[in-house]
Design a protein around this ligand. Structure first.
Ligand SMILES: Nc1ncnc2c1ncn2[C@@H]1O[C@H](COP(=O)(O)OP(=O)(O)O)[C@@H](O)[C@H]1O
Ligand SMILES: [Mg+2]
Length: 282
């Protein structure tokens, strides 16, 4: 036994499957813990969760070690996760603002995180040929970069914690806010949006997120550019993940996520100016 072996309580507890995610098979709750298969980015994620614990950030699970089956053991975060079908409250602007504040609190908490020697982000796929470059701005934080409704735990109607740090990587704060907008504004062709978010005022919701994050003027002015570049890249990365990792990634690709990304790109071309105006208006 080493220090990373999780010591089980004497009384065995049942494994309760946790639904909600798109890709990780076999996420279960056991008592006050969650067990997940170890992903390719686990060394970074575990160091990151340790840092968040050290700085007293309450909005993330704690990493407790590995169980006898080799799974990672995390604390169970009590609260409410959107799930499917999506709840009406996804459109609520108060909840939206609380998401922006939580993303900001996380980015501030992670800002002092130094990647341990030898630990590098590994998203679990090789760079596809033809992948467009990242936005040309230097990374500022190890971002969460997966702010889907299923990865945010609410308590009393307020976004209280983040889960699922599997795709954490070095990015800018603009990337982080873009990623939250992607799911919560949302940045997609309305035909692809969940019914609860189909008729919302997207530029207004982007502004609410940017204000709640307290985004700088420079960052606001870069948001649309970053959204377009990230969207172009995601078509390549999603296809690559489908090819190389299969599973939920392949399923999403078969279900047409590539075409959805292309429609998002076209929608951003049409709506970029109004988004930009909403974000930068005094
Ligand atoms: N630490 C946790 N506390 C509470 N619920 C969790 C926790 N980890 C996962 N869950 C629940 O399990 C679901 C799937 O887990 P997640 O880690 O997001 O996997 P996936 O990679 O498939 O998205 C989440 O949407 C959430 O409902
Ligand atoms: Mg998830």
């Amino acid at each position: 036994m080493n220090s990373f072996t999780y010591v089980e309580p004497a009384e065995p507890q049942p494994e309760i499957p946790l639904a909600g995610g798109d890709v990780t098979e076999g996420v279960v709750r056991v008592g006050d813990t969650v067990r997940r298969p170890v992903g390719p980015n686990a060394p970074l994620v575990h160091a990151l969760l340790g840092h968040l614990e050290d700085v007293g950030f309450a909005g993330a699970p704690r990493f407790l070690g590995f169980d006898a089956a080799g799974r990672e053991v995390l604390t169970y975060v009590p609260g409410e996760v959107a799930g499917r079908p999506r709840p009406e409250w996804l459109a609520d602007e108060g909840r939206l603002a609380s998401v922006g504040r939580l993303v900001r609190a996380y980015d501030d908490a992670v800002a002092g995180f130094v990647m341990p020697e030898g630990v590098r982000p590994d998203q679990g796929f090789s760079l596809p040929p033809g992948m467009p470059p990242e936005p040309p701005y230097p990374a500022e934080v190890v971002g969460h970069m997966d702010y889907t409704p299923d990865n945010i735990v609410f308590r009393d109607g307020v976004a209280a914690a983040l889960i699922d740090f599997d795709v954490a990587k070095s990015v800018t704060r603009v990337d982080e806010v873009y990623n939250a907008m992607l799911y919560w504004a949302p940045l997609s062709d309305p035909a692809d949006a969940d019914p609860t978010l189909r008729d919302v005022d997207v530029p207004r919701r982007c502004r609410i997120l940017a204000d709640a994050y307290d985004m700088s003027d420079v960052d606001r002015s870069r948001l649309v550019e970053v959204a377009v570049l990230r969207t172009r890249r995601s078509w390549f990365s999603m296809r690559r993940l489908a090819e190389e990792r299969g599973g939920g990634w392949a399923r999403m690709w078969q279900e047409g996520v590539g075409d959805l990304i292309k429609r998002r790109e076209a929608w951003l071309d049409r709506n970029g100016p109004s988004l930009h105006a909403a974000l930068t208006a005094p």
